[in-house]
Ligand binder design. Structure first.
Ligand SMILES: O=c1ccn([C@@H]2O[C@H](COP(=O)(O)O)[C@@H](O)[C@H]2O)c(=O)[nH]1
Length: 240
């Protein structure tokens, strides 16, 4: 059984909104939330300062930029992104072992430059908004779970600290990668919540039971009439 603090530490709130709304949510959830996710919507609008602003509020930050480019560019991009002090950064698993190794090098350089902990890297496997048909559209005919496992093994073996996958693959990924891998699962929906564009989903309790390290949850909290009550209900569900 988890305490409220331990449950809160499992939930990363995706702030896919304006800076004003992000601050409003951070203030509302102050003293309750532990983690926020700064993704492309917020980062492209506000730049690295938004990471600082969240950290100044005592929040830990998952910077979800899904970095994907040639190794040289990725090393520099990850170095710069890590210098923001983000705790976790996403890169793309499709970038190959050389790209992932370069990302790790960039994160290590930043840690050396900044001092303190290295930003941990998680590799995106197959987006949780994609199903078998979407994979087929891009020419991948193997089952989703097989593709996730292939990319996860490659990324984890090349210097990533973990992966991003759906909760539906979390148990298999935990068995494949072992106890130390950081397994981050978006596509989490409390029972009855709107699914939206997510395709491979599970409830918070089921995601955690499957072996996820962290659950990324956005709209079910940020779009709720009462975001604090929504966050509390998710913590209660995973504490039970
Ligand atoms: O495969 C992925 C990778 C990242 N995400 C991100 O997670 C959140 C999910 O938000 P919801 O509102 O709970 O759907 C969002 O910021 C995505 O960029 C993902 O969904 N799937």
């Amino acid at each position: 059984m988890l305490t409220y603090e331990q449950a809160s530490d499992k939930v990363i709130i995706a702030l896919d909104c304006s800076k004003e709304r992000a601050f409003e949510l951070a203030d509302m959830l102050s003293g309750k939330a532990t983690w926020v996710k700064v993704g492309m919507t917020l980062f492209f609008a506000e730049g690295p300062a938004i990471v600082d602003a969240m950290r100044e509020r005592g929040l830990r930050v998952f910077l979800d930029l899904k970095v994907h480019d040639i190794p040289f560019q990725v090393q520099g991009a990850v170095r710069a992104a890590s210098l923001t002090g983000a705790d976790i950064l996403s890169i793309h698993g499709l970038g190959s072992s050389a790209m992932i190794a370069a990302a790790r090098k960039g994160a290590e350089e930043a840690a050396e430059q900044r001092g303190g902990d290295r930003t941990r890297l998680v590799a995106i496997s197959v987006l949780t908004s994609m199903d078998q048909a979407a994979l087929a559209e891009i020419g991948v005919e193997s089952p989703v779970a097989e593709e996730v496992a292939r990319l996860a093994s490659l990324a984890y073996g090349s210097g990533s600290d973990g992966i991003v996958c759906s909760p539906q693959e979390a148990a298999e990924m935990r068995a494949l990668l072992g106890p130390d891998a950081l397994i981050v699962t978006p596509g989490v929906r409390p029972a009855g919540a709107e699914v939206g564009d997510q395709k491979r989903i599970a409830t918070p309790a089921a995601s955690l039971a499957a072996g996820a390290s962290k659950l990324v949850i956005g709209r079910p909290i940020t779009g709720a009439d009462d975001p604090v009550a929504a966050f509390d209900a998710i913590c209660a569900e995973i504490m039970a």
